[in-house]
Ligand binder design. Structure first.
Ligand code: SF4
Length: 602
């Protein structure tokens, strides 16, 4: 790969869905300078006519990237030594993974990085479902060859176990909504099937699954399915446990219970690995961190093992000091001030009196409040307390039983659950939301390019990943002509980097355009980054909910965390919020002083 004297090797990756040779005029082939001088650097595949790029002949000039109208090509030069660390590649011009993370008995190892960096490949390899090919995708290597490659590394014994068929693996998959499709019966029946460690009763209590036990899995909420999946994975007897995004659909309190169950597995001597995009949660549950960096969909590199604190701070910094690698140009910064009142105008765009709404088995009471111009109003609280009901009433989707909403402003609403039931492309769905052609419009510079959506224009909505669909839904919400943007769980399915970028973008957009936003989310870091004020939901989940008036962020978070009996401190170097360990010195002293959210003067 690359020429033998060069210090780099070439990575050329083609997005098969975006490459459309019938529509583009094959400009990559025409303009490639190697092709122009008679070489065959880019050719058409005889099977489907799509581009095939030779990594040996490619000089890395980047002309084809610019010429391709659909952004289908990625060409990157990587350090030659890294080629020695290639673990797997699926085929020509496809994704490749460099280096594997470590497994530590008795510890939780967290993986932190963007979607599309090889998480699934890592899990498949470490679980023994994919045999690493070290880039020789045309061969099926025998196990002796594979073991030779891991000679002298700590992973050798792990792969020996796999090669002998002795490795027991337990995986909590990402997509928990597949459970009702794969199993017919109650949660109890499913749990009893896998109760190999005889810990079912503890898991049911710790994960608050009591009310789910006798219900059919088809009747469970997203959060219950998530906790059920965690319980199943934790109840198996295995050597290696992997939890893929265990926080989704759960509120803060449930996220911490899930984290405790995962930590208990490690305490019992198991080897545990977790992918999690809620950074505060990952911080709480991991002992070590590997960062996955690279180019989404093109290549992923696993960093060296780091302590959790150093790893997360390096991730936010975008720089790995031990490896001298900068993987993001800009660092993510956290403001440690508690309010941004100077940015919020004292101009109400919506007001509401005390309102109430009743359902056959649930009652919601909301204290009066207002939404101001330039304000991002966060809504936090446990699940099943009526947060979405309030948002729907504010958005005019639902009506209160008593009380009035004076909302002259137009509201654009992004629901919690997103439908993928749309036959067209991303470009067309965004144009429908904008009520005009988006391509070439000023809105591209304002919203679509900063959100990284140009690359998705030609993709079909039905083929989008969860994270891509979420970004498109948030963009569609912002593109509608409105004064208030109401976003229900915008962080779901987004990776940590997209969450932070999105939070900062929404806040900037709202302030610069004198709009307002209402955000429901369970990711404390996201709320911390973007909210100017907070509505706190309290009550008995599933029975009755009570919403506070809008409170300052510090007062609101203190009240919310006091109810959960959790304290947060600030990391000294980055200012990010960190959960204190239960009953630690800081936890006790913050609780005594009533300062659950911020440690003042830090
Ligand atoms: Fe050809 Fe490589 Fe240049 Fe693309 S980057 S035009 S494949 S030489």
């Amino acid at each position: 790969m690359g020429d033998s004297k060069s210090s780099t090797h070439r990575v050329a990756v083609l997005d098969q869905e975006l490459c459309q040779p019938k529509k583009c005029g094959l400009e990559c082939i025409i303009y490639c300078p190697v092709n122009k001088t008679g070489g065959e650097c880019i050719v058409q595949s005889p099977e489907d006519g799509k581009a095939v790029i030779s990594e040996e002949l490619c000089t890395g000039c980047g002309i084809c990237i610019k010429k391709c109208p659909f952004d289908a090509i990625v060409i990157v030069n990587l350090a030659k030594e890294l080629g020695e660390d290639k673990i797997h590649q699926f085929g020509i011009n496809t994704f490749r993974l460099y280096r594997l993370p470590s497994l530590r008995k008795g510890s939780v190892v967290g993986l932190l990085g963007r979607n599309g960096m090889g998480k699934t490949t890592i899990v498949d390899i470490l679980a023994g479902n994919t045999k690493p090919n070290f880039g020789q995708y045309e061969k099926d290597l025998d196990w002796d060859e594979v073991l030779r490659k891991f000679q002298g590394t700590e992973l050798k014994s792990h792969f020996e176990k796999i090669s002998h068929g002795d490795l027991l693996v337990s995986i909590k998959p990402q997509h928990v909504y597949m459970i009702p499709k794969a199993f017919k019966g109650t949660a109890r029946e499913l749990l009893e099937k896998y109760n190999e460690r005889n810990v079912l009763d503890d898991l049911v209590t710790n994960l608050d699954l009591k009310y789910a036990l006798n219900r059919n899995v088809t009747q469970l909420s997203g959060g219950e399915l998530q906790r059920l999946a965690v319980a199943i994975a934790a109840s198996k007897e295995s050597d290696y446990y992997f939890f893929d995004e265990p926080s989704s659909y759960n509120d803060v309190y449930q996220r911490l219970s899930v984290a405790r169950v995962i930590r208990d597995l490690a305490k019992s001597g198991k080897s545990v690995m977790v992918v999690e995009h809620d950074i505060t949660l990952l911080d709480y549950l991991s002992d070590y961190i590997h960062i996955l960096y690279g180019e989404p969909g093109a290549y992923g590199i696993t960093s060296g093992l780091q302590s959790t604190k150093v790893g997360i701070n390096s991730f936010l910094e975008g720089f790995l000091p031990n490896e001298n690698v900068r993987f993001r140009q800009k660092a993510f910064r956290f403001e440690t001030t508690t309010t941004a009142d100077d940015m919020v105008l004292d101009v109400p765009v919506a007001r509401y009196t005390s309102i109430s709404k009743s359902f056959p088995s649930f009652r919601l009471k909301v204290a009066d409040g207002q939404i101001r111009k330039g304000e991002v109003l966060g809504i936090v609280g446990a699940n099943a307390l009526g947060k979405t009901t309030l948002m729907k009433m504010l958005a005019g989707v639902d009506k209160p039983d008593s009380g009035t909403l004076q909302i002259g402003a137009k509201i654009s609403y992004k629901p919690q659950y997103l439908s993928q039931d749309y036959d067209g492309s991303v470009k067309s769905i965004l144009s429908v939301a904008y009520e005009d052609e988006i391509e070439g419009s000023p809105i591209e510079d304002q919203i679509l390019f900063p959100m990284g959506l140009k690359k998705l224009y030609e993709k079909t909505v039905k083929n989008l990943s969860g994270g891509e669909l979420q970004k498109v839904a948030v963009a569609a919400c912002l593109l509608r002509n409105a004064d208030i943007y109401a976003l229900d769980e915008p962080s779901a399915f987004l990776d940590a980097e997209d969450r932070i970028a999105l939070a900062k973008f929404i806040q900037r957009y709202v302030r610069a355009n004198e709009k307002s936003a209402i955000i429901i989310d369970h990711d404390v870091q996201l709320i911390d980054l973007m909210a100017d004020s907070l509505i706190i939901f309290e009550g008995i989940p599933g029975l009755s909910g009570e919403a506070s008036p809008p409170l300052s962020k510090e007062v609101g978070m203190n009240r919310f965390l006091r109810a959960l009996s959790i304290t947060y401190r600030r990391d000294e170097s980055t200012g990010r919020p960190r959960v204190n360990k239960d009953d630690s010195r800081l936890d006790r002293s913050q609780k005594e002083s009533g300062n659950y959210y911020y440690l003042k003067n830090t």
